[in-house]
Design a protein around this ligand. Structure first.
Ligand code: GRF
Length: 195
């Protein structure tokens, strides 16, 4: 079976992309990253990709902070299509995805979120869980739709909230769970078990 071609989009430090790359290098994941894209010029995912010779692109969006303008997103779609990516993997991408991208890749955009959705969508979900006083949180991989963290759930992993947890300690443990879950879900796509 040929490797699954993915493009990764992120705005932050890139620890999930690092975990995916580690799983590929360990031979656990029949996936080939064909493009890394970021709306932040010094984002971690761009450095990781450059070091491995994976093509990168910087998305320049001067108008909006929480989404891309239609023309900028359409240009990104062209680059993603030209890369041959079959699946778009959001890893810390901090903007809402709008129709140019959603229509170009129906059910082929996934995201990882640091809570057990549908609980705690949106920003700093680990902090929301602590404030709410729940005993259990975790992380979720889901298909991306036009809402914020609302798409169909593909996989979840639970993380207990411990006495004395701070937002930082809890976030760190959730990220460890993310680094296991995202490669596991990608392996299911690579085995063509998911549509
Ligand atoms: C993760 O916690 C993910 O759940 C959220 O953004 C963060 C990205 O972290 N969507 P990283 O850039 O992969 O380290």
């Amino acid at each position: 079976m040929p490797h699954l071609k993915i493009a990764v989009l992120g705005s932050g430090k890139g620890s999930n992309f690092r975990a995916i790359l580690s799983a590929i290098m360990a031979g656990h994941l029949r996936v080939t990253p064909v493009l890394a894209a970021s709306d932040v010029a010094d984002a971690g995912i761009l450095n990781l990709a450059e070091n491995l010779g994976i093509p990168t692109t910087v998305i320049n969006e001067p108008k909006f902070r929480t989404r891309l303008s239609e023309e900028v997103e359409s240009k990104l779609v062209e680059e993603l299509q030209a890369s041959g990516a079959e699946l778009i993997v959001l890893a810390g991408y901090m903007r809402l995805v709008k129709s140019p991208l959603l229509e170009a890749f129906p059910r082929r955009i996934i995201n990882i979120h640091p809570s057990l959705l549908p609980s705690f969508p949106g920003l700093e979900a680990w902090r929301q869980a602590l404030t709410a006083g729940v005993k259990m949180t975790g992380c979720t991989v889901h298909f991306v739709d036009s809402g914020m963290d609302t798409g169909e759930i593909i996989g979840q992993s639970e993380v207990s909230i411990l006495p004395g947890d701070t937002p930082e300690t809890l976030h760190a443990r959730i990220q460890e769970a993310e680094h296991e879950l995202y490669p596991e879900v990608l392996a299911r796509f690579a085995r063509r078990e998911l549509p």
